[in-house]
Design a protein around this ligand. Sequence first.
Ligand SMILES: Cc1cc2nc3c(=O)[nH]c(=O)nc-3n(C[C@H](O)[C@H](O)[C@H](O)COP(=O)(O)O)c2cc1C
Length: 198
Amino acid sequence: MVSHMTSNSKPTKQNDNTWQDRQVLVAVTGGIACYKTCTLVSRLAQAGATVRVAMSDSAMKFVTPLTFQSLSNQPVHTSLWESFDRPDAQHIGIARWCDIAIIAPATANVIAKAATGICDDLLSTVLCAIPQQTPVIFAPAMNADMWANPVTQRNIQTVKDLLHWQQIGPEEGWQACRTIGAGRMSEPEAIIQFASQC
Ligand SMILES: Cc1cc2nc3c(=O)[nH]c(=O)nc-3n(C[C@H](O)[C@H](O)[C@H](O)COP(=O)(O)O)c2cc1C
C-alpha cells in the first residue's frame, strides 16, 4: 500500500524520537562532499526534524538550492538580502530559530572565517549570530594538505575553544583530488549519530 505524507503527517520509519520536531540548521559550504549532505538532510527530515539549509555561493556550484528545498520541504537560504522578500529569513532570525546547527561540509574557508569573526555572506553571518548555548557541529572536508596546514589546524582549535563547536571527522581515505589521506567528510549516518548526542 502506498502511504502519502502531507504537511501535517510525520514519517513513521524511525523508531526513536531523537529528531522529532527538532529545528536543525544545516550549513553547506563549497566542497565536493556536498553530495553527502543531501543524504544528511533527507535522513534528518525523515527522522522528523524540521531542516533548514543555508548555502554558500561555492556550495551552490556543487548542489542546487532546489535539491535541498525538495529534500527538506523548507526554504533554502542563500543570500543576506533575501530578508527583504521573506521576513523569516533574516540572518538573526535563522540563527535564533535553530536548536542545533550542523556545518557539513565545513570548508577550510568557513572555519577560518568563523575563527576570525568574518561575516561576509549569509552563511558566515548566521554562524556568527548563533547564540552560545546552541550546539554547533562541524564536519570538516578538504584535501589532505589543506587539512594538514597549520593555519587550518589553528583555526579548528579556535572554533572549538572559543565557540565550543563540536567536531566530527574528517576521516582518512580516498579523496576526490586523487589523494589518500585525512580530509574526507564523515558519513551522514555518523554525523547524525554524533549530533544526536549533542
Ligand atoms: C572542485 C572543487 C572542490 C573543492 N573542495 C573543497 C573541499 O573539499 N574543502 C575545502 O575546504 N575547499 C574546497 N574547495 C575550495 C572552496 O570551494 C573555496 O575555498 C571556497 O572559497 C569556499 O567557500 P565557502 O567556504 O564560502 O563555501 C574546492 C574547490 C573546488 C573548485
